[in-house]
Design a protein around this ligand. Sequence first.
Ligand SMILES: [Fe+2]
Length: 314
Amino acid sequence: MGVMRIGHASLKVMDIDAAVDHYETVIGMKTTHRGKDGSAFLKCWDEWDKYSVVLTPSDRAGLNHIAYKVERDSDLDVLEKRIRDWGLGVEPVPADGLQFCGRSLKMTLPSGHQMYLYAQKELVGKDVGTTNPDPWPDDIRGAGAHWLDHCLLMAEVNPAKGVNRVAETTKFLMETMDFHLSEQIMGGLGNSVQLASWLFRTTTPHDIAFAPAPVAGLHHIAFFLDDWSSVKHAADVMAKKKVRIDVAPTRHGITRGETTYFFDPSGNRNETFAGLGYLAQPDMPVITWTEEELGRGIFYHTGQLNEAFLKVYT
Ligand SMILES: [Fe+2]
């Protein structure tokens, strides 16, 4: 029971047509619905629900909300009580409050991000169907991403003020929604401060992650690819389409993932991410990276963070 996976991310974009073109031709998603307000709903070919990304026209970039799908409708009742008992406000939202979804729960995480939980979303099906399916569809485009995999959110950490929203939100997700901690970065005096966390509900190393920042924001949303050659192919697509690449293909120490970071036309950071990393299980001992090895944890080969990596986000 409980949370299964990330369901969707709703992003603000400044040029909706440029954004739709990016998510369709670079990421390889398809638009499944356009709203009267210009908003766009998109899915990857290997996803079965109606959308995993929502783009809404705005005068700035950034995150509207993230949404996670739970297994059963009755899980929402259990989770609502747990969240209330934990001391966080939670608002029941009727069906279609989240478009094409059943009833949902809405809350503001301790990190400041808006999160929804829902159990049902309109079923569209994978592009390859379910009867004797081919391994991939013929009309694959761009990176041909399989699915929206995870997000990394920036949360306020200010030890001088006694504020650590990374640790607080990590604790909240573990205690109310049974997220498991796979990896963390510890720093400060005697490496006693949790500066970043990677949490999972699936069997991959992360479905959501948190990193420290002066103010809350979105660091990136990540799309899953098969393997290293798919990561390279996706970067080729980006170069051909003059996409602004933040970090060229490399490997993470944390999660062991193979990665490229880049920006959508509004400046929201995307990642194409490959590899299982390792089999994440609830009883796996937590992996800890110390602040001194932060660079290698993020970019394993160079061990160097680029200047913009932790400073630029939406
Ligand atoms: Fe990521």
